[in-house]
Design a protein around this ligand. Structure first.
Ligand code: IFM
Length: 465
């Protein structure tokens, strides 16, 4: 760890506001498996993961961690950790196998059973409508590059709310639209695996439009705890040179501000609009769209993992980049230890981010909807999983969060990523983010030491230690 870490990594002394929400998060394709069960239609991630060369060792989410059938055991694990909330996503193509039209009740029934199990364990369900798994049928019609997909998303939101609105209070429209738009359409590293700046820009706008349309539908249906989850990566210039400073501005624009600012202010940041237009990939905004996109939400979900340092270089790096017009911008390798994802560790970046969001989105309560780290965990001879690095990461980031709260950031909850080891998208099963270890051969679940540390934090907060 760096010498500038804010607090010692111990649960003792961490203070959280009254009513603070402690949860863990997952996403449908990463855990459910059962991809051809109960009428589920294919999604873009089924297609992508089954395309040779797209994922680590050809791994797919076909089986994942069998949460579709093992959810009672998983909810029991949440209860043992003392979680007050669980963030999960609904697979659109389980509910609407063709993306629109015919509703598959068996898909909805699975989520009804899951939610009922959570409620009877005293765990609050936090439902995300879209965590990257667009129905393939909609992709075949252009996916997020097609404006109509935004309207189909709102229809889907209405169907899910119709089925679960009586028992789910907390609704999130999208998870990390930056990844859907830019990793999916610019870097080609996520489904649908395209590399086209015009597509990336169109997908960005249509995702945000879909968010706004769905927010209106849910609000009209009576939902009153609505949010969206964005992923933020603070960008710092490697030096104070104008070129490096401009590189950091450009990436900060597309990674962080392009998704948040229109929701909060009803306008895209002017510099981002200029950058995209100059790259020949203007945002396809039509009259009234920004009013829809800025439909008020009740909270902002914040996903944070690491910070980046970037510099301008003279020649194109030749690397796949998620950012439009960024061929001459390079990432500096993080200083200090990295996780198995190759990501640096910066609790200070987490504090800074929350303070920045306090200023960029004044009055909007923040929930940390994801934060976590991947390490090479193994079950030891003693039957336990000792993961000191994850425990340290967790406690330091919780401490960094309390620092931000003390300085006026209105953070009301924290969801660890992830409850379980799971399918880490293009990186397959090689990356373990779980508080609970999963043996992929037997599907046996083993809470790691970090799970016990998190449970200890929660118990102390409740005053039972
Ligand atoms: O696993 C992902 C998750 O699906 C979205 N946020 C980042 C996590 C770690 O990469």
């Amino acid at each position: 760890m760096t010498s500038t870490d804010v607090r010692p990594a111990t649960a003792a002394g961490l203070q959280f506001p009254t009513g603070f929400v402690f949860g863990a998060a997952t996403a449908a394709y990463q855990i459910e498996g059962a991809v051809d069960v109960d009428g589920r239609g294919p999604s873009i991630w089924d297609t992508f993961s089954h395309t040779p060369g797209k994922t680590f060792a050809g791994h797919t989410g076909d089986v994942a961690v069998e949460h579709y059938t093992r959810y009672p055991e998983d909810v029991a694990l949440m209860g043992e950790l003392g979680l007050s909330a669980y963030r999960f996503s609904v697979a659109w193509s389980r509910v609407l196998p063709e993306g629109a039209g015919r509703i598959e009740q068996r898909g909805l029934d699975f989520y009804r059973r899951l939610v009922d199990e959570l409620l009877s364990a005293g765990i609050d369900p936090w439902l995300t409508l879209y965590h990257w798994d667009l129905p393939q049928a909609l992709q075949d019609r252009g996916g997020w590059t097609d404006r109509d997909t935004a309207a189909r998303f709102a229809d889907y939101a209405a169907v899910v709310h119709g089925a679960l609105g009586d028992r789910v209070a907390h609704w999130s429209t999208l998870n990390e639209p930056m990844c859907s738009a830019l990793l999916g359409h610019m870097a080609g590293q996520h489904a649908p695996g395209h590399r086209d700046p015009v597509e990336a820009s169109r997908a960005t706008h249509h995702l945000l439009l879909g968010h706004g349309l769905a927010t209106r539908v849910l609000r009209d249906a009576g939902a009153d705890h609505l949010g969206i989850t964005l992923n933020f990566t603070p960008m710092s210039p490697a030096t104070g040179s104008p070129a490096d400073v401009d590189a950091a501005r450009r990436l900060d624009g597309q990674q962080n501000r392009m998704f948040l600012v229109p929701i909060v202010t009803g306008e895209y940041p002017a510099d981002v609009v200029r950058d995209l237009a100059a790259a020949g990939a203007p945002l396809p905004v039509e009259d009234g769209d920004l009013d829809v996109i800025s439909t008020p939400v009740d909270w902002l979900g914040v996903n944070y993992y690491f910070r980046s340092t970037v510099r301008a270089v003279a020649e194109p790096t030749g690397k796949a980049t998620a950012f439009i017009g960024a061929e001459r911008i390079d990432d500096i390798d993080p200083a200090g230890p990295t996780t198995t994802m190759g990501w640096g560790i910066s609790p200070e970046g987490f504090t800074d981010l929350m303070l920045r969001l306090r200023d960029l989105a004044p009055g909007l309560p923040l929930f940390i909807t994801e934060n976590g780290s991947a390490w090479p965990d193994e079950v030891g001879d003693d039957g336990a999983v000792h993961d000191p690095e994850r425990t340290d990461y967790l406690l330091r980031h919780l401490a960094a969060m309390t620092t931000a709260i003390e300085q006026g950031a209105d953070v009301r909850g924290y969801f660890a990523w992830s409850l379980l080891d799971n399918y880490e998208w293009a990186r397959g099963y090689a990356q373990r983010f779980g508080l609970v270890h999963v043996d992929y051969g037997t599907q046996r679940r083993t809470p790691k030491d970090s799970a016990r540390a998190y449970a200890d934090v929660i118990r102390r907060h409740r005053g039972s230690v």
